[in-house]
Write a protein that binds this ligand. Structure first.
Ligand code: SF4
Length: 359
């Protein structure tokens, strides 16, 4: 297919089948595009929709987000996962207010200078939010272009990625760029599916190399598998007689940064020493089976240790970070911690108003 045939086919398809009523497409602004694109990274549309609506109700614009506390932003992100995205949104909002008067700069370089904004998100803000010609390359567009061009290899590999950006740049039109980019994302999400793409109804099937060569099940190639390293830790589930759990605020940087979680230790000896200093009865310390939680870059094998301490630790600390909490009132907890508490005390966790942070 010629380039203009490809564009026209995609745009015609969008007219008939593209998604036009997603919450971030209604009253579209650069801010709404930015928040939705950030939420949609590694997360399905159906999951994102209620989070987006809650987020917009509380933070309708950049200024509202910049004025919020990090804890408020975290709480509204609870359950979406990849918590660094929320921290970056918040930092970027403050940067926009401080340096751009709360407006989005209209250049790729300035947008990419914002925390958490990569080339594709910047392209989405420019094209969908500001109507500027800018290519995008999210996971859906990568899949469509990889197959269409017959690019074998993992799309994250430098050589393949450069070629995909070149293709995206080439095919992106100057007119109707917002519709075109939305159409490419929709095409990947609804037709060029990861497994069993619906090639018979695809608008670009005539020119598609993967379809012609029957390579749709091997393009795009998966990320080369590497053995993930394993980290080990011990987590203390310290309970009192009121059904509360002792939680600590984790440092802002790092895994589960800024969230409340169980006290975590590198060894059982460290955990026992911490308990002994607080006169916690070590004879009643109960060791539960080891659990595994897998992050994108390592496995965390952790051993929960359950103890009782009714009167030995202070109530909620003044900064609200450390102290006794009912799981239902703790705000967003990391997913594996929420699951653990659910299993230990199903009723308390079931009453939780906050979903887990699936990190
Ligand atoms: S023809 Fe099939 S493999 Fe090719 S882009 Fe369309 S849906 Fe994807």
């Amino acid at each position: 297919m010629q380039i203009h045939d490809f564009r026209n086919a995609v745009l015609d398809w969008f007219e008939r089948f593209g998604r036009k009523n997603l919450p971030w497409q209604i009253g579209r602004t650069p801010y709404r595009v930015w928040v939705s694109e950030t939420m949609l990274q590694q997360t399905q549309v159906a999951t994102v929709v209620p989070y987006f609506e809650r987020f917009m109700a509380r933070f309708p614009d950049v200024h509202a987000l910049a004025d919020a506390s990090p804890e408020e932003v975290i709480a509204l992100w609870a359950g979406l996962g990849y918590y660094a995205r929320a921290r970056n949104l918040h930092r970027a909002a403050r940067h926009l207010v401080a340096h751009h008067g709360g407006l989005f700069p209209a250049t790729l370089e300035s947008l990419r200078a914002l925390p958490g904004v990569g080339r594709s998100t910047a392209g989405a803000i420019l094209s969908l939010g500001l109507g500027r010609r800018a290519p995008i390359l999210d996971g859906n567009v990568r899949r469509v272009l990889s197959r269409y061009a017959g690019l074998e290899g993992w799309p994250g590999e430098g050589r393949i990625e450069r070629e995909l950006w070149r293709l995206s740049e080439t095919y992106t039109p100057a007119e109707r760029v917002a519709d075109y980019n939305q159409a490419m994302m929709d095409l990947g999400a609804t037709v060029c599916l990861k497994r069993r793409p619906l090639c018979d109804v695809c608008p670009v099937r005539i020119g598609c190399t993967a379809r012609r060569l029957k390579l749709t099940d091997v393009i795009p190639a998966p990320r080369p598998r590497q053995g993930l390293p394993v980290k080990r830790s011990f987590m203390l589930v310290l309970r009192n007689g009121k059904g509360e759990i002792y939680l600590e605020r984790r440092p802002p940087a790092g895994i589960w940064g800024g969230l409340r979680s169980l006290p975590e230790f590198g060894s059982e000896d460290d955990l026992r020493a911490w308990c002994a200093r607080r006169l916690i009865d070590l004879a009643r310390l109960e060791r539960l089976p080891q659990r595994r939680h897998t992050f994108s870059h390592y496995h965390l094998d952790f051993v929960p240790m359950v103890a009782r301490a009714d009167r030995l630790l202070p109530a909620v600390a003044e900064d609200g970070g450390h102290g006794w909490f009912r799981p239902a009132e703790a705000g967003g907890l990391p997913a594996p911690v929420q699951r653990l508490l659910f299993e230990i005390d199903g009723d308390a966790a079931r009453r939780s108003r906050q979903g887990p942070l699936d990190l």
